[in-house]
Design a protein around this ligand. Structure first.
Ligand code: ZN
Length: 164
């Protein structure tokens, strides 16, 4: 059973602390309140909670649930969990390169040069990336770090060219 917190008639500055305290304790609660509390809903969303709101006669009920994150369920992580084969053009020779969307470097079969790709995914900044990626998290972060280092090297070489 989900605990129901009725905050109607309660002083406004006591509501939010109570709601967050109960959430810490139970993980999920229902809140009965007079009207739709936009600031509260925003705060809850910012913390990753799922909020459903229902009108029930003269009050509203908020169903506040902890997000269930199943690794790979986020569409943004699909480039990593369900990589697709795509055809890219080699920037060196113009030949076709087959690349899986989770690969950052591919050696061109035509000219033998290494081509670096970006990983196009929200896991680079998403707060839930660690949960969302599960076992793949460390691998992906290592890859992204390598990618950053390579980019820095590239930028640096540009800089040197400019100077000389
Ligand atoms: Zn090539």
């Amino acid at each position: 059973m989900v605990e129901v917190i009725d905050v109607r008639g309660m002083e406004r500055d006591k509501r939010f602390p109570l709601i967050f305290e109960k959430l810490e304790e139970h993980g999920e609660i229902d809140v009965v309140i007079e009207t739709k509390p936009e600031p509260l809903i925003k705060m809850l969303h910012d913390r990753g909670y799922l909020v459903k709101y229902k009108e029930e006669g003269d009050h509203v009920r908020l169903e506040i649930r902890e997000p269930e994150i199943v690794p790979g369920s986020c569409p943004g992580a699909s480039t990593i969990f369900r990589p697709k084969l795509e055809i890219k053009q080699c920037p060196h020779c113009g030949g076709e390169i087959e690349r899986w969307t989770d690969e950052i470097k591919v050696v061109c079969e035509n000219c033998g040069k290494e081509v670096i790709f970006d990983i196009d995914s929200c896991v680079q900044w998403c707060d839930y990336a660690e949960k969302c990626l599960g076992d793949k998290y460390e691998d992906v972060m290592r890859t992204l770090k390598e990618l950053d280092e390579r980019k820095m090297k590239l930028d640096f070489s540009k800089y040197i060219k400019l100077e000389s």
